[in-house]
Design a protein around this ligand. Structure first.
Ligand code: ADP
Length: 326
């Protein structure tokens, strides 16, 4: 089980941190992937663009290879059981631990005029989304590690108090480690709603991709052999490892080690490899997005599957809590 907020276009971080894993998981497990529209209200209360954004995220997920006939692909707000479980879990979450969450502190800084209670209890709602399907594996990027720890804690706390209902949820990635796709400006991660010029979106046109990559921060290059790479150069290599061929990466690693690297050439190559990676996804997503009827059917089918699973879990929850009086 996993989700993505409809707060803008998907980017390379969403792809490599999350969606790439969804596509593989759907063939091995019973999967639930949702567009987290309720979560987006914590920071984006204006709903004018929401429908368009939901359709975008759905289209982009499908363009990346998610099969709505295989995994349940649905909208969070279509599954009302989420809100019920969120309420019960809120009674098991302590204000102190929620206030200490790194993402909460970041968001308070970014949205100082809208520090709402939903922002504070974001990890509780996320836990409800996950354990509503009694999920064990949660494919997410590195930035979600702490939230998953909290989800484990809330699930265990529920089990302790009311009896074993939930398996422990764990952050999941097919590689050795959770992924963090760095932003092109050398600071932080690529993100939907911040630093848009330093983020590569799956909807960017070819010229924009090349332009963004060429603007990535570099310097005049190492002067001593085998100098450790500064973070912003490490980031460019990290991005190259996502999309470029092994021999290309090897060449630039050798050039760096021998102080003969030309960052202009490296970024040109990276730009071209990014274009080759992103363009087919963008074109597919554009076609899907224009088919509103198809997207409606996807959402309906996904919601039906998700509700079925949610209903079954909530029966167990109410029974465990002693809320079944008749
Ligand atoms: P955003 O931060 O771009 O708004 P979301 O919060 O909707 O994205 O996260 C959706 C998924 O994408 C999560 O699993 C998250 O861990 C992953 N993700 C987001 N940004 C990155 C990144 N730069 N690198 C790796 N994974 C990321």
């Amino acid at each position: 089980m996993s989700g993505i907020r409809p707060t803008g276009f998907l980017h390379l971080g969403n792809y490599f941190g999350a969606v790439k894993n969804y596509v593989r998981l759907q063939n091995e497990f019973e999967c639930y992937f949702m567009v987290a529209d309720l979560h987006s209200l914590t920071t984006h209360p204006d709903t004018k663009e929401l429908k368009t954004n939901v359709q975008r995220v759905l289209s982009e997920n499908i363009a990346c290879g998610l099969d709505p006939d295989n995994a349940a692909l649905y909208c969070q707000s279509h599954v009302y059981e989420t809100s019920e479980l969120y309420l019960y879990l809120n009674m098991l979450a302590y204000i102190g631990e929620l206030e200490k969450t790194v993402t909460f502190k970041d968001k308070v800084r970014q949205h100082e005029n809208n520090v709402n209670a939903g922002l504070l209890t974001y990890p509780v709602l996320q836990t409800a989304d996950i354990i509503l399907h009694r999920a064990s594996y949660v494919p997410v990027g590195k930035d979600q590690e702490q939230h998953l720890e909290m989800a484990r804690q809330f699930a265990n706390r529920f089990n302790h108090r009311y009896g074993d209902v939930f398996p422990e949820p764990h952050a999941f990635n097919y590689g050795d480690e959770l992924v963090k796709v760095p932003s092109l400006d050398g600071a932080g991660k690529m993100s939907k709603s911040e630093n848009q010029y330093a983020t590569l979106y799956l909807s960017d046109d070819d010229e924009l991709i090349r332009k963004k990559v060429m603007k990535a921060k570099t310097d005049s290059g190492p002067t001593e052999p085998n100098t450790p790479k500064p973070d912003y150069i490490e980031n460019i290599f990290a991005l190259m490892k996502l999309v470029s061929a092994d021999d290309v990466i090897k060449k630039f690693e050798e050039d760096y080690a021998t102080c003969s690297i030309r960052y202009g050439d490296m970024k040109k190559q990276l730009g071209e490899d990014m274009v080759s990676f992103i363009a087919p996804i963008r074109e597919k997503a554009d076609n899907i997005r224009n088919n509103e009827q198809y997207l409606k059917e996807v959402m309906e089918k996904g919601a039906e599957k998700a509700r079925k699973s949610a209903k079954a879990t909530m029966e167990l929850v109410r029974k465990a809590m002693g809320l079944n009086y008749y």
